[in-house]
Design a protein around this ligand. Structure first.
Ligand code: OSB
Ligand code: MG
Length: 365
């Protein structure tokens, strides 16, 4: 396969409602969309998932676009590669820059799945000797909010059939809110995401989480920390799940050896694309480490990649992979997987079977 053109367009999507985490308060999602064309006229689209600030990850839209234009695209354009793995070898010596790499790596897998006439999920599964399922279960992630709003959102989503909720925390004060929520909703599957909001001195508050039957506590401490998470996990029954601390395979090995966490939130873009994500899934299965699929408030296009990955067996815990109508009115695709209660159903499309909406078509006019 040979890529002869990669066009890049910027796109801003307004959120229906702000999405607040300890990292930033998203009101708009500024994205770049890539269109890849091969020498034989095949087309695929990619999405750059970086944020505006270097808080969740070091990359921003601006730095990642610079790396794409000046470093990544010159290495991959007009080169022949025989497989996604061969493609990745052109990028292997570039340190980090996971989100920039993923913006091209993931659509390259889609192009190879098109060639193989397979659904992307089957093509991914085949590459690690596993299977893909026709359904995937999702939960909902709710941003930092006041108690009244959170209860209203949870009720709204329960009415549509969602049973697993992730709630963002911004400070120890939010733990009191969480206790009330648990009293009102004793049987929902509940987890919380600190996005680095906490410090070791918050231990007395974090210990209270153990009484709330949480499925897990995601990333309580900063992106830099393995040792503080290890220290906390030794004093907490609730499993710690790492997200933004895990950038590559080495991080995952360190997490396992130090027992800095017991669960992995796996986002293909965060680790540089599908090749590393697949290796991580395999590693987690070999070592009995539970692993599930996270989201990054993607557009419906970026979300399709994550949803497709979530079809792989071994990713049974409900992912942050639900319909992005939760976030946006506008979409780049004419159709997205059917969502019924908390389940997505996929059809046997070739690749991702992407059908551009008018918005996506106009972007590249
Ligand atoms: O920490 O999991 C996170 C969204 C953007 C950046 C980081 C995170 C999130 C989410 C997932 O919580 C929300 C979603 O995409 O459904
Ligand atoms: Mg997280």
């Amino acid at each position: 396969m040979r890529l002869i053109e990669i066009q890049i367009r910027s796109l801003t999507l307004n959120l229906r409602q702000n999405f607040k985490s300890n990292h930033e308060n998203l009101r708009q999602r500024r994205l770049h969309i890539l269109r890849l064309t091969t020498a034989t006229g095949q087309i695929s689209y990619g999405e750059l998932e970086a944020f505006d600030t270097p808080t969740y990850m070091a990359e921003t839209q601006a730095t990642a676009i610079w790396q794409l234009k000046h470093v990544i695209l010159p290495r991959i354009l007009n080169r022949d590669f025989t497989s996604p793995r061969d493609f990745n070898s052109y990028l292997a010596d570039i340190v980090d820059n996971q989100l920039a790499k993923a913006a091209v790596e993931m659509p390259v897998w889609e192009l190879f799945a098109q060639l193989a006439q397979l659904p992307l999920a089957d093509y991914l599964a085949q590459s690690i000797g596993t299977k893909a399922q026709s359904k995937a279960t999702f939960g909902v992630s709710l941003g930092i909010n006041d108690q009244v709003q959170l209860i209203e959102s949870i009720n709204h989503h329960i009415a549509s059939g969602v049973q697993r909720f992730k709630i963002k925390l911004g400070s120890v004060a939010d733990i009191a809110v969480l206790r009330t929520i648990r009293q009102i909703f004793p049987s929902i599957a509940l987890l919380v995401d600190g996005n680095g909001a906490f410090q070791k001195s918050d231990l007395p508050y974090l210990k209270q989480l153990d009484t709330l039957q949480l499925d897990m506590l995601e990333q309580p401490f900063t992106n830099q920390s393995f040792l503080d998470h290890q220290w906390l996990q030794r004093q907490l029954q609730t499993p710690i799940c790492l997200d933004e601390r895990i950038h590559d395979m080495e991080d995952l090995r360190v997490m396992m050896i130090l027992k800095s966490g017991q669960v992995l939130n796996l986002k293909p873009a965060r680790v540089g694309g599908f090749q590393v994500a697949l290796a991580m899934l395999k590693f987690c299965q070999q070592h009995g480490l539970p692993c599930w699929v996270g989201g990054m408030v993607e557009s419906d296009l970026g979300r399709r990649y994550v949803q497709e990955f979530a079809r792989l067996s071994g990713l049974e815990y409900p992912g942050d992979i639900g319909p992005v109508q939760q976030f946006y009115q506008q979409g780049l695709l004419a159709s997205t997987p059917e969502a019924e209660r908390s389940e997505l159903t996929f059809h046997n499309q070739v690749g991702l079977g992407l059908q551009p909406s008018e918005l996506l078509t106009q972007l590249f006019d």
